[in-house]
Design a protein. Structure first.
Lengths: 110, 113
């Protein structure tokens, strides 16, 4: 699976949109982009995933660039409960072995 | 409720002792995983199992053992051969029929005294 690069940390004001970038310049055509988040001392939680098209669900939106070399996770109206570490992972669905980086620590400030 | 149950949540062990962490799921998922997480780090794969009675080593399997006798259960044993076992351990399952996302338990924190 391709490797991803994320900023170590980010801040965002409560109520504003949080935009978390991820670079995956070596992504291949059959690799999906997955986003998870981990609140302190809990198991990671699945957020969203996509292949080529932009995706939206009740939690977030995922914007994937046309060349697929980067993506952005958008939390439209961040709350204090969105403070967590956010992981971007690219993988083939059938591949069991994921590569987890250190993620982005997102801090939502009142 | 459907989900993944890990136990115990906290565990203390003396050096030289084996310890078994439990992971039970009622999501009817075929694939199950064990990950280790150290402070400030991402997850590292210890073992995974695609189906009952089959499992594969991950990146850091040395000092660990698993079994998969039932679809619902995937226990992890941390043996005395694991040199640095203090860590946060996470069990996950995967819905391979739908979209392949992982579902995680709440984790077990092991401390070796």
């Amino acid at each position: 699976d391709a490797k991803t690069t994320q900023p170590t940390s980010m801040d965002c004001a409560e109520g504003r949109a949080a935009n978390l970038p991820c670079n995956h310049s070596t992504i291949s055509g059959n690799e999906y982009v997955y986003w998870y988040r981990q609140i302190h001392s809990q198991g990671p939680q699945y957020i969203i995933h996509g292949l080529k098209n932009n995706e939206t669900n009740e939690m977030a939106s995922l914007i994937i660039t046309e060349d697929r070399k980067s993506s952005t996770l958008i939390l439209p109206h961040a709350t204090l409960r969105d403070t967590a570490v956010y992981y971007c992972i690219v993988r083939v669905v059938s591949n069991y072995q994921l590569i987890w980086g250190a993620g982005t620590k997102l801090i939502i400030k009142p | 409720d459907g989900g993944i149950t890990q136990s115990p949540k906290y565990l203390f062990r003396k050096e030289g002792q084996n310890v078994t962490l439990s992971c039970e799921q009622n999501l009817n998922h075929d694939a199950m995983y064990w990950y280790r997480q150290d402070p400030g780090q991402g997850l590292r794969l210890i073992y995974y199992s695609q189906i009952v009675n089959d499992f594969q080593k991950g990146d850091i399997a040395e000092g660990y053992s698993v079994s998969r006798e039932k679809k619902e259960s995937f226990p992890l044993t941390v043996t005395s051969a694991q040199k640095n076992p203090t860590a946060f351990y996470l069990c996950a399952t995967q819905n391979r029929v739908r979209t392949g996302e992982l579902f995680f338990g709440e984790g077990s924190r092991l401390t070796v005294l």
